[in-house]
Ligand binder design. Structure first.
Ligand code: SAH
Ligand code: SF4
Length: 452
């Protein structure tokens, strides 16, 4: 989500002459795009802001200016506090208002010109506007081969550990026609793959959806767009995995056989305390139906360890589920109490040392199943979408259907295209291979050839 948001901020600022740079020391403007979901996001922000204050001071001494902006969820939650604690910040903007960046930059520049930055207050813009931010974004400048497209924002589910419903607001889906128009535009600008984004992407209910509606219907419509060879979506909630969407996994060739489906815990008691609204058997049934629709589907998931009240027995159930399902990629986190959420106020918090031990034990199981899957890919021929240059000269890096990074010596002309690669090396987090010649379709399944 944040990568997408940063790219869109770059797009809205391009008409003002801003181009992205890796060198913060030479930047006329620095935007810290923040995420609040885990860890000590606010503390990290203030220490980063300290670093940028020194950088800004050095630029002022050299007769130059640097605007500092803070965007994203931490900005939304901490707005006034940031203004107080970090007066060198020029702009604070929430996730719903980044289409107003050009106007905010102009206002900040006027303020600096008027009093040469002496005013202690920057500009704060963190309201949730009634109109949609999507209506104000310019068309994407040039799409990457693997592009992101936000179709849904916000969340009404209120899992007890999560800040999203408070920082991102109520669930909102973009109209079908807008999503299709942006997807067509991305495909014309060179995108071969599109990942549909949303906090709760499979709760999608965009205006204009037909009776079947929902994300399954949208994916079928996207599959008709010329040039879009791969479709993915993230992040999903298990309870929104409806029949139509599961059927799409079986029928839509462009929908990649890889799905991120967070489960959070293997214990029914903890899932109930988390307000996840499903039990472990429900999750198993959904997974079985997905596998029945698409036999080569692989899953990735999120786990939280050390949620308040999690006993050794609850944690063992999590380990057991992790081994049972055999996820090929996993994100696992120590529970971190987010102020204002019900979980933070629960009495039986788990000590940090226990959380750390559980996280390690879980990661050992998960790393083993990820490595096992990577090894099982050796010798296979997989379609790879090349989207960046590798570290070595002459090397390109792309993604397999299962999101594994694949490193291949390949001509630059293959950038942005899908090529067949014979996998020769499996590493913990990536694969290596050689270009292969035989023709194969894009999902790695020879039974489903694309007719040329
Ligand atoms: N909407 C998605 C997840 C969004 S947040 C869903 O419903 O699953 C992404 C991940 O961050 C979550 O899946 C969860 O595993 C993790 N996470 C969120 N809040 C957390 C917290 N307070 N402590 C630790 N991990 C958290
Ligand atoms: Fe947070 Fe996801 Fe739960 Fe919504 S469904 S509250 S985004 S974890």
């Amino acid at each position: 989500m944040n990568v997408y948001d940063s790219a869109r901020m770059g797009d809205v600022l391009a008409p003002l002459g801003f181009v992205p740079t890796e060198d913060a020391g030479a930047a006329d403007m620095v935007i810290l795009n923040t995420c609040h979901i885990r860890e000590k996001a606010a503390e990290k922000l203030y220490s980063e802001l300290g670093r940028f204050r020194r950088l800004k001071d050095a630029r002022i001494s050299a007769g130059k200016r640097t605007l500092i902006a803070v965007a994203g969820c931490v900005a939304q939650a901490e707005g006034e506090e940031i203004m107080k604690r970090a007066p060198h910040v020029d702009i604070v903007l929430g996730p719903q208002t980044y289409h107003r960046l050009p106007e905010l930059v102009a206002r900040a520049e006027r303020r600096i010109a008027a009093n040469d930055g002496a005013s202690p207050r920057g500009i704060l813009d963190i309201e949730f506007p009634a109109e949609s931010k999507f209506d104000h974004l310019p068309d994407v400048a040039s799409a990457s081969a693997a592009a992101f497209l936000t179709i849904q924002e916000g969340c009404d589910k209120f899992c007890t550990f999560c800040v999203v419903p408070y920082t991102r607001g109520a669930e909102y889906s973009r109209p079908v026609a807008d999503v299709l128009a942006e997807a067509r535009h991305l495909a014309e600008a060179g995108a071969r793959e599109v990942t549909l984004l949303g906090q709760n992407v499979n709760a999608y209910r965009g205006a204009g959806a037909d009776a079947a509606g929902g994300l399954g219907g949208l994916i079928r419509a996207l599959a008709d767009i010329d040039g879009l060879d791969r479709i993915r979506y993230t992040t999903s909630h298990p309870i929104d995995m409806d029949d139509e969407l599961i059927a799409a996994h079986g029928d839509v060739r462009q929908l990649m056989p890889f799905l991120h489906l967070p489960v959070q815990s293997g214990s029914d008691a903890i899932l109930a305390r988390m307000n996840r609204r499903h039990g472990i058997d429900d999750y198993r049934k959904i997974v079985d139906r997905l596998f029945a629709a698409r036999a080569d589907l692989k899953l990735s998931t999120d786990f939280i360890v050390g949620f308040p009240g999690e006993s050794d027995k609850d944690f063992e159930a999590t380990l057991a589920l992790a081994s049972e399902i055999g996820f090929v990629q996993v994100y696992s986190f120590k529970y971190s109490p987010r102020p204002g959420t019900p979980g933070a106020a629960m009495g039986d918090q788990v000590p940090d040392a226990v959380k750390a031990g559980r996280l390690q034990a879980l990661q050992d199981v998960l790393n083993a199943s990820q490595s096992e899957f990577n090894r099982a890919c050796e010798g296979r021929i997989m379609p790879v979408l090349f989207d960046r240059a590798g570290r070595k000269a002459g090397q390109l890096v792309g993604r397999s259907p299962y999101m594994q990074p694949v490193h291949v010596m390949a001509p630059e002309g293959l950038m942005g295209t899908i090529a067949e690669v014979e996998i020769t090396e499996a590493h913990a987090n990536s694969l290596g291979g050689n270009l292969a010649s035989p023709k194969m379709d894009n999902d790695g399944d020879n039974n489903r050839r694309i007719s040329a």
